[in-house]
Design a protein around this ligand. Sequence first.
Ligand code: 2M8
Length: 451
Amino acid sequence: MTVTADPRAVLRDQASAVLHGNDAGGWTRASPHLYPHQWSWDSAFIAIGWAHLDVRRAMTELEQLFAAQWSTGMVPHIVFRAGPDKPYFPGPEWWDCAISPAAPPIQTTGICQPPVHALAAQRIWQLTPEAHRPEIRGRLQVLYPRLLAWHRYLATERDPEASGLVTSYHPWEGTDNSPRWDHALARIDVAKPGPYARLDTSQVGDPSQRPTDWDYDRYLWLVEQLRKYQYDDAEIYREYPFLIKDVFFSAVLVAANAALLDLADVAGAADSDRAQLTSWLDRGRSGLGRCFDWESGLCRDYDVRTGEQIRLRTFAGFAPLFASTTDGRQQEAQLQQLDSADFCGRSGFRWRLLPSTSPAEPVFESHNYWRGPVWPVISWLLWRSLTLLGCAERADAMRLASLDQIATGGEFGEYFDPFTGAQLGSVQQSWTAAVALDWAAADRDGDASAT
Ligand code: 2M8
């Protein structure tokens, strides 16, 4: 008798093999070749994946990342942990973070990424078996003040206006070549960075899946400017040309503040910390509310330097959903948009999943990085929020479609063409494996988990 393997069990085993394969001993490479170091928000998703295999290892992932936290509270976007046999450009020399008195002794970059870490801490706790609870509770109690300091940095240094919205300094703060940054980058006409050689384009089969040299010139020149200000937030705010109120980043902070409040009892948080988190949460929600455009049903980023709104249809427009908005009318408008022909309901899409940029935008490119493809980690954040909002059916459809997308790709791709479903970018991408593990677990326990 032939026994057919359960395809979900196969996917789980493969995902687990990706995390083990990328495990560098206490921290995990974002991918084996293209991203050989420890990346900030990748690490948070990766910890969620590890939590299904070993909650203690999951905690270590976060602890290693936070060991590189700056004295300002910032968690850097990359911690350069791989040795010289794993080259990456731009590496620590380009960033030269030692010029900042706030930098830690370990080499890092001087910018940050969306604060998914509290969501990871919350998920780890949810998955901690009884026997490990005393140990994990103790470790969470140590991590909690660091998470608070991280959120405080975002709520203050990155929001001196107290608008509830986080200011992004660089396209590398999450969604590299998203068209959301095109105008702000185009205003930079002095982009002549020092000589450099890219490594990324030779590491993916097709360089048109990556940002262009025009983008890279500007990314690198912006880092030179940040270096000039010694990564000092006040200086940067005074003079630097790229300051964007990023509604997606801000929405993740809202969700992360809610997650920290949820963990407050576990961590034994003081009343003053709870009050602070509540006020950041309320401020974040109102900030997003002010950027909501009723006509389009989408939330808009804005450019701090020009004061202009960025009117583009991208995944970031769903910031209120990512933040699990409590405003019923906004929720309704967003859910309608989500399944419209501009987004998941587009005819010809392989799966009903959210593209990074709407195919209705002239700048849409189905295979190019953040300019069109579907990213499983973004789908995970949306799935989590929809679950919290009680949209169980829509959330589960998204989970199943995402699992199918990843399984069809076969190699845990970084992003996917929304029309053909082709797997793109890097393979054996750790965060893709991590969210697959979390989604696959929901099959077994019927637990959509994000409570
Ligand atoms: C991508 O960004 C890096 C730079 O940080 C790159 O293009 O080289 C982005 O997708 C980013 O969000 C992600 O954290 C990183 C590693 O997966 O890759």
